[in-house]
Ligand binder design. Structure first.
Ligand SMILES: Cc1cc2nc3c(=O)[nH]c(=O)nc-3n(C[C@H](O)[C@H](O)[C@H](O)COP(=O)(O)OP(=O)(O)OC[C@H]3O[C@@H](n4cnc5c(N)ncnc54)[C@H](O)[C@@H]3O)c2cc1C
Length: 452
């Protein structure tokens, strides 16, 4: 629908950019993978870096808030428009230029993670960070959240592969950091601005290009599915594997209820009555089998054929869809604790599930001490939302008491800003706020996220 307010802006944008001013209130562009929903006068789909510069400059001049957005798979409410912010989608900026010799790729922020992996594979290389959402999430969102993934214990997270960035500051100026294109020599910044922007959750700048390192394709190891009667035994197995220094490519934990939830969605291996399972990819299966047996594993299956193993990985991959199908209201939180405290946290969550009116289960990239906790209610009522908020508070307090962190990989966004004081002391939080003010004195970029 035409709107005089945006007519002038439209003329400054490239022909394939779009401005949509009549977003329905139930539009996907007003939410993400959390139960939160915002409102916005317009969605702007930028098609080029110049479009981003124009939109940000327009907002700067008019003192209008805006929120950058990728695919909207975020799990902390990061791209939800607050304060009447415009939504600036970078999903159409999805170029991918691979330099085979340098093993680098320069990518638009809208490139889907899987598209980058597929393009790299076609050249005999790969991109190793693999968030479970990799078929949908964008690289811009991955960088803004510093996304982890199933193989992060072995291969690292997004931050470990980003060589440089191009980004538009809240006043519309374009900056380049690090090694910002696929043919630029590797560089070490004096001030590491690349790292400052990674994980900044769309609050400091709008990312317009990401240069990442590509890797040789690793040989797949064996897949192990191991079940335990007691979730604490599975947690202890994780601790023991890591403490023994045994390399795993993937080390995923699902508690009994998460396994049952996945099994309800698609029957697999009769996982409806286990205490917990571990899904492991490794090339050191003998030592791992021994540790599992020492910790009273009740079932162990080893699969060396990648096709058959893929069936087992479905148990983990299905989980988000399974939880969605099982409950009308669901909030998934991600915390991480030191590996030595993993078993304790897992046991605590199981206990909470037994005593709560909510259905609560946990799963995660256990090799990193990373635990996702699903809080689920059959109906979306105010009472259930309040109950979930109370339980989330308990989880945050427990995590900090165990020496952990409020977010393993999903970011702070809207969901966890009220808990930041539990983890960071006032001077640390003060410095973070000062950095935000330095970049964005008028606070037009993604207001209401990270801080109030
Ligand atoms: C089923 C499922 C599985 C998941 N598994 C994982 C996992 O294994 N590991 C993990 O880390 N996360 C996971 N996530 C969370 C989510 O997919 C990641 O956080 C992902 O990086 C978000 O990407 P996105 O493109 O959807 O970003 P969005 O949700 O659109 O945005 C996320 C944040 O990035 C900012 N942003 C987006 N684009 C830009 C840009 N161009 N410039 C600046 N800021 C920008 C937004 O403002 C927002 O703050 C999962 C989510 C789901 C639904």
């Amino acid at each position: 629908m035409p709107s005089p307010e945006f007519d002038q802006l439209a003329q400054r944008l490239s022909p394939t950019a779009e401005i949509i001013t009549d977003l329905p209130i139930d539009s996907d562009y007003l939410t993400d993978a959390t139960p939160n929903r915002g409102s916005s006068p317009a969605l702007i789909m930028a098609a080029t870096e110049s479009d981003v510069i124009e939109v940000v400059s327009f907002c700067h001049a008019a003192n209008r808030p805006l929120v950058p957005r990728g695919a909207g798979t975020g799990l902390s409410g990061g791209c939800i428009p607050l304060n009447n912010a415009l939504v600036l989608s970078t999903e159409k900026i999805d170029h991918c230029e691979i330099n085979r010799e340098e093993r680098m790729a320069a990518c638009g922020p809208g490139l889907i993670t899987k598209q980058l992996i597929d393009a790299a594979l076609a050249q005999g290389l790969t991109y190793l960070p693999d968030p479970a959402s990799y078929e949908e999430s964008t690289l811009g969102g991955n960088v803004a959240e510093n996304a982890g993934g199933l193989r992060c214990k072995r291969f690292g997270v997004t931050r470990d592969y980003v060589q440089g960035l191009k980004a538009v500051l809240p006043d519309g100026k374009l900056i380049t950091t690090g090694c910002y294109n696929a043919s630029h020599g590797r560089t070490s910044d004096s001030f590491n601005l690349t790292d400052l922007l990674i994980g900044s959750e769309g609050t400091l700048a709008v990312i317009t290009e990401i240069t990442v390192e590509l890797s040789p394709i690793p040989t797949p190891g064996d897949t192990l599915l191991v079940a335990f009667d007691d979730p604490a035994d599975a947690g202890q197995t994780v601790t023991d594997i890591v403490a023994a220094g045994i390399m795993t490519t993937v080390l995923e934990f699902l508690d009994g209820d998460a396994a049952a939830c996945s099994n309800e969605y698609e029957k697999n291996e009769g996982l409806d009555r286990v205490g917990a399972i571990l899904l492991i990819e490794t090339d050191n299966r003998a030592k791992i089998e021994q540790i599992c047996n020492n910790n009273r594993a009740s079932y162990l299956r080893i699969e060396s054929d990648p096709k058959k193993a893929d069936q087992l990985w479905k148990i983990r991959r299905n989980l988000s869809l399974a939880a969605k199908a099982a409950a009308e209201l669901r909030l998934s939180e991600d915390v991480a604790v030191p590996i030595s405290r993993f078993a304790e946290l897992v046991g605590w969550v199981s206990q909470l599930n037994r005593t709560s009116k909510l259905r609560i289960n946990s799963f995660g990239h256990a090799g990193d001490g990373n635990l996702h906790v699903n809080f689920m209610a059959e109906s979306d009522t105010t009472i259930n939302r309040e109950l979930i908020t109370r339980h989330v508070g308990l989880l945050m307090e427990k995590t900090i008491a165990l020496g952990g962190t409020l977010t393993g990989e999903h970011g702070v966004g809207l969901e966890k800003k009220q808990f930041l004081h539990l983890e960071f002391n006032p001077p640390t939080l003060g410095l973070m706020r000062e950095i935000k003010t330095l970049f964005d004195p008028a606070c037009i970029l993604n207001p209401g996220k990270l801080f109030d």
